[in-house]
Ligand binder design. Structure first.
Ligand code: GAF
Length: 380
């Protein structure tokens, strides 16, 4: 990346930073309900080569997009150069620079590269935000602890991109450690590292990119968020995290749609707690039942699954997987499958065959090894 940076900017970068994408083992659409999540970091992510600037400007270029985008970090117009202008992606690093300016950071020239498949629901946006945030803090000597930096990166996405995401993805990218999933309480912000090593139990966690592209900027994600807030207000609680009597809540709500949303969020929080218990007990294979239950709930109660995900989970389980589920915001993206290691190839083949039968674009498969969080990859 250093050579490419030099070619783009005519100078050496001051450093290179990397932030991973994530897979969420369980706890979907719980984060913005003040609930529990259990993501882990992938060995893939976003790298940012960066050089400090003292003129208050952030300039961003990307291997995955044409042209350059520049913007003053203190607000004002975003200017894009290059044809065709393609600047939607730049709102993420520009937003981070604008939020971090309030904490003493300034401008920089950035060159971005990603080895995460785009639209696969593996949190490439949060990885971009977090790699940018780390780079800007280091370049400007700003010290912010990682939980706070995750909150600021989320704020950048909420306020500057307009996506009402929860705190999971930025926290996963900044706080995960190799060999662990991150149990995050999205209300208190407290987290714990939970050992997660499927290979040690003779299992493999497969990630299936269903090739149906996912985007949080579509309206459905925001709609789910609003429905949860409406249900919480009708139930007289701050957030659906606070619903302790599910049966009573379901009797109170008249709207069947809101009942389904509440049913999902409340039971999904319990599934996260149960999954953490199973992991701590070393009963990794038993996670399959949790994954299956989560998928059914996301499909039928929260209504965020999509046909390719349902077909992939179904084919995997029929071929001997312990379980599987869609991950991320939904309506496209990836599925995870917990497979006996010796059956992984057969399960991949079964998913590919299910796709071929329907005439769909073949899925992609990635290895999901729980990996480390964001870091500077070159010495200061
Ligand atoms: C997306 C969001 F960015 C997260 O905050 C979370 O809500 C997730 O969808 C669903 O669990 O990844």
């Amino acid at each position: 990346m250093r050579a490419d940076f030099a070619a783009a900017y005519g100078r050496e970068p001051d450093g290179v930073w990397h932030a991973p994408g994530r897979v969420n083992l369980i706890g979907e659409h719980t984060d913005y309900n003040d609930g529990l999540v259990l993501p882990f970091a992938l060995p893939f992510g976003v790298s940012v080569a960066a050089a400090r600037r003292d003129d208050g400007v952030i300039e961003v270029r990307s291997h995955q997009a044409r042209g350059a985008v520049t913007a003053p970090v203190d607000g004002g117009p975003v200017v894009s150069e290059g044809r065709p202008p393609d600047e939607a992606w730049a709102a993420y690093p520009v937003g981070v620079a604008r939020v971090l300016r309030e904490h003493g950071a300034g401008g920089a020239s950035l060159l971005i590269d990603s080895d995460l498949p785009q639209g696969a629901g593996l949190s490439s946006s949060a990885a971009l935000e977090c790699a940018t945030a780390l780079a800007l803090c280091d370049l400007h000597g700003v010290e912010i602890d990682r939980p706070d930096l995750a909150r600021l990166a989320r704020r950048a996405e909420n306020e500057h991109v307009g996506v009402p995401c929860g705190p999971m993805d930025q926290s996963a990218s900044l706080l995960c450690t190799a060999g662990h999933a991150l149990m995050l309480d999205c209300r208190s912000g407290l987290s714990a590292q939970v050992p997660f090593d499927p290979a040690a139990s003779g299992l493999a966690l497969l990630v299936v990119d269903t090739r149906a592209a996912h985007a949080l900027t579509g309206g459905e994600y925001g709609r789910r968020h609003a429905e949860c807030e409406e249900a919480a207000a009708l139930l007289g609680v701050d957030a659906l995290r606070d619903v302790k009597d599910l049966a009573g809540a379901l009797r109170t709500l008249r709207d069947p749609l809101l009942r389904r949303r509440v049913q999902h969020v409340v039971t999904e929080n319990h599934r996260v707690e149960a999954t953490v218990g199973l992991l701590r007990a070393g009963a990794v294979a038993e996670l399959g039942a949790m994954l299956n239950a989560s998928h059914l709930s996301l499909r039928d109660q929260f209504e965020v699954s999509w046909p390719e995900a349902d077909a992939a989970v179904d084919a995997a389980v029929r071929a001997g997987a312990r379980g599987g589920r869609m991950v991320g915001g939904g309506f496209g993206g990836s599925v995870i499958v917990l497979a006996p290691a010796g059956r992984a190839d057969r399960i991949r083949d079964a998913i590919a065959a299910a796709y071929a039968k329907r005439g769909w674009t073949a899925p992609d498969f990635l290895d999901a090894v729980p990996s480390g969080g964001a870091a500077r990859v070159t010495a200061p």
